[in-house]
Design a protein around this ligand. Structure first.
Ligand code: GCU
Length: 343
């Protein structure tokens, strides 16, 4: 009898000790546990959605982000990264972020722009001279101001991840814009991407990323478009072996957090999250540059036909997509000019 009582008491003591350590004070120093630190916020678990696989640059950077946050909040905030679209496709993830049922995500700017139309300006075709130009824009005031346009949709943009330039790829050979004529090309769920594909003479078919492989395989679509790492990691290069380096646009990828979630976080922990996101952004850019090269090699070794465009063929694309500047740029002419003027 006595023995059982002792065991129960011991169990209670243990529970108290673990509760103290779970409260985020580490449970090491008694005085810390007694006096809440100025920055102590609530203990939270944040669910982070990522539609790329585990070994992809954006996913790796998300895990680094989670590590930084865990360390800097002394374990108060745990970020659980769900990769490979476990939490759903991007459109539904963004909706759930608005609703607060998913806390965080890294998404492509294309579907996100449907929720804050001004963001479209940043993915206009042939807007940037190159990657370096894009980063000057995103890291500067323009990038910051445009991220803020998400606020009114209940979404907070934290940082930008790189996603290189996108190119068309097709099952049948296509070596110039004329070859894309009437082909069914999968696009992201984005009105601007639909218009871009129409402008080059093809037929856009919007579809979630995860469905593209089988759509290519079964012939529902003739092709799609994406950057080197996505073309490679999805193994689309095995079913659509013609990759045309037209580099029609650069679509950066913001890391976002639900405003509903952010509002529940203490100001000090919000600061930690914002800083950790910026750090993760830097990490991702490095990982991206490495992966781009590795993916290109894998695709080339895999036997895809890679077509470089001549200057004249490239200009055909530039000319064809010009009308998008009227449709998506009319209200933001000043921003476009500012972007173009960034040296
Ligand atoms: C890229 C991007 C994804 C996006 C995909 C797409 O791979 O990283 O987030 O879903 O493009 O084309 O849908």
């Amino acid at each position: 009898m006595m023995h059982a009582k002792k065991r129960i008491l011991a169990a209670i003591a243990l529970a108290v000790v673990s509760a103290v350590s779970l409260s985020g004070c580490g449970g090491t120093a008694k005085k810390d546990a007694a006096k809440p630190a100025a920055d102590a916020g609530k203990k939270m678990v944040l669910r982070y959605a990522e539609n790329q696989p585990k070994d992809y640059p954006t996913t790796k950077a998300a895990r680094e982000f989670a590590e930084i946050v865990k360390k800097k909040t002394n374990g108060r905030i745990t970020v659980e990264v769900y990769d490979s679209a476990q939490l759903g496709d991007e459109k539904s993830v963004i909706e759930q972020i608005q609703f607060g049922s998913i806390d965080m995500a890294r998404v492509s700017l294309s579907p996100l722009s449907e929720f804050a139309k001004q963001l479209n300006v940043l993915q206009l075709p042939y807007l940037y001279r190159d990657g370096a130009h894009m980063w000057k824009v995103l890291d500067g005031q323009i990038g910051q101001d445009l991220l803020k346009t998400l606020d009114k949709s209940g979404i907070i943009g934290l940082t930008w991840f790189d996603a290189g330039a996108r190119n068309f790829y097709t099952k049948a050979p296509a070596k110039s814009m004329a070859d894309l004529k009437d082909m069914k090309i999968r696009v992201q769920e984005s009105s601007m991407m639909m218009d871009l594909v129409k402008a080059v003479g093809a037929n856009p078919t919007p579809m979630a990323y995860g469905e593209v492989y089988s759509a290519l395989q079964t012939g529902v679509i003739d092709g799609a478009e994406n950057n080197w790492p996505s073309y490679e990691s999805t193994r689309h290069f095995e079913v659509a072996k013609n990759y045309m380096l037209d580099e029609h646009n650069r679509v950066p990828e913001p890391m976002i957090i639900s405003k509903k979630t952010m509002d529940k976080i203490s100001p000090a922990d919000q600061k930690i999250i914002r800083e950790a996101a910026l750090e993760a952004g830097k990490i991702e850019r490095k990982l991206w540059a490495e992966r781009e090269k590795a993916s290109e090699k894998k695709v080339r070794d895999g036997g895809s036909t890679i077509t470089k465009l001549t200057a004249a063929q490239h200009d055909e694309f530039v000319k064809a997509v010009k009308p998008l500047y009227d449709k998506y740029g009319a209200d933001v002419k000043d921003i476009i000019k500012k972007i173009q003027d960034v040296k």
